[in-house]
Design a protein around this ligand. Structure first.
Ligand code: PLP
Length: 374
């Protein structure tokens, strides 16, 4: 059977990983600054993670959400402690798109409304509603089209106020730092306006933290820098270090009802073991502090390269905008210097989303290689 070809592939076969390095089937070693689109948060094959998953699978990988699963509560407790949102409640699912889909569904159940505000160049996943609230026509199938989506310019407070004045809004969803768009931070004023307008109109503020959350920015959620709380936070990528798991963090104002959300696989024993291991490593290795320290170091080093037009981001979520399209530089980094970096929807911007325990020495290797490429 042929694979359905939806991904353009590099002709590289990765067979193993350790920390921030991965190896191909020919024995070549690569520095991984992209973590396979950001999920790799504690590094490849972290010994604590391997042990925890191995122990769990030898006992029980999966049963259903109709029995007690103490691992879910352990994960919720550890997540409450790590994030500081211990009064919020947790719904577990399997991916970022699913987390956002459930968050918006919850907002609609709660308000009884339909209109969702999202922002230009944002990305929230590929399922039906969340794909409809993106402004990339190539990924929206006719069946996904909806009149319930209002897509506004990012960081535009005036447009936001106007939309609230004209429509009955169910929810506003935005990334704290737009990732796929090429690393663009929401302004404090913009996030404050979302919070204030949602409060004023009893709408729900959903913070998509699938990419920028879970410590990547140096705080648990990137909007924590602004001392503003969203009603719902969605998470996935870094949560399982590559094991598929997603989560919805729900403020106490929402009331759970049996059956309102659900999933077969979400919160399985194995997924919880993976996510618990991740949070234990975060705590032991102080990864939020490391993300901020190494990220700030990387940004400073990159800003000193005169060929770079702009360096954007916070912590270990970094966008490097070049004067020209970055494809050839990324290719050179990959094939000549054996360094994986990421793309973005802005063809001039390279994205870095490394593991949160990457070191300054590993950043130095990249900076030297990039200087040579430029
Ligand atoms: N939200 C954001 C901000 C993302 O970056 C992504 C994926 O890149 C998603 C949602 C969708 O996550 P998933 O691919 O796990 O469905």
């Amino acid at each position: 059977m042929k694979l359905f070809e939806v991904y353009p592939l590099f002709d590289i076969t990765i067979t193993r990983g350790k920390g921030s390095y991965i190896w191909d089937d020919k024995g070549n070693k690569y520095l991984d600054l992209y973590g396979g689109h950001a999920p790799v948060s504690i590094g490849h094959s972290h010994p604590h993670y391997v042990k925890k998953i191995t122990d769990q699978i030898s006992k029980l990988g999966f049963y259903s959400n109709s029995i007690q699963n103490p691992l879910q509560q352990e994960l919720a407790d550890k997540l409450g402690e790590a994030s500081g949102y211990d009064n919020y409640e947790l719904f577990l699912c399997n991916s970022g798109a699913e987390a956002n889909e459930n968050a918006l569904k919850l907002a609609s159940f709660h308000t009884g409304r339909k209109k969702i505000i999202s922002f230009s160049k944002g990305f929230h996943g590929r399922t039906s509603l969340v794909v409809a609230i993106t402004d990339n026509p190539k990924i929206i199938a006719p069946v996904n089209e909806t009149e319930n989506a209002l897509i506004l310019p990012f960081n535009d407070v005036l447009a936001l106020k106007k939309a609230f004045a004209q429509h009955e809004i169910c929810a506003v969803i935005t990334e704290g730092i737009q990732g796929l768009a090429g690393i663009h931070e929401a302004s404090q004023e913009f996030i404050q306006a979302i919070r204030d307008l949602c409060d004023e109109h009893q709408a729900v503020y959903v913070c998509d933290s699938v990419q920028c959350g879970y410590g990547r920015s140096g705080k648990f959620f990137s909007t924590d820098y602004y001392n503003i709380k969203a009603d719902i936070y969605t998470m996935a990528k870094a949560m399982g270090n590559g094991f598929p798991i997603g989560g919805v963090l729900i403020s106490p104002k929402f009331e759970a009802k049996f059956g309102m959300l659900g999933t077969t696989f979400g919160g399985s024993h194995l997924a919880c073991a993976a996510a618990i291991a991740v949070l234990e490593v975060y705590k032991k290795e102080n990864l939020l502090t490391n993300a901020l320290k190494v990220g700030s170091y990387a940004i400073k080093q990159l800003q000193s390269i005169k060929e770079i037009k702009e360096v954007r981001g916070k912590g270990l979520m970094i966008g490097i905008e070049l004067a020209e399209e970055c494809a050839s530089v990324r290719k050179k980094l990959l094939f000549d210097y054996k360094i994986f970096t990421g793309t973005s929807s802005d063809k001039k911007t390279i994205r870095l989303l490394p593991a949160l325990n990457i070191t300054t020495q590993e950043i130095d290797v990249f900076v030297e290689a990039l200087k040579k490429c430029l």
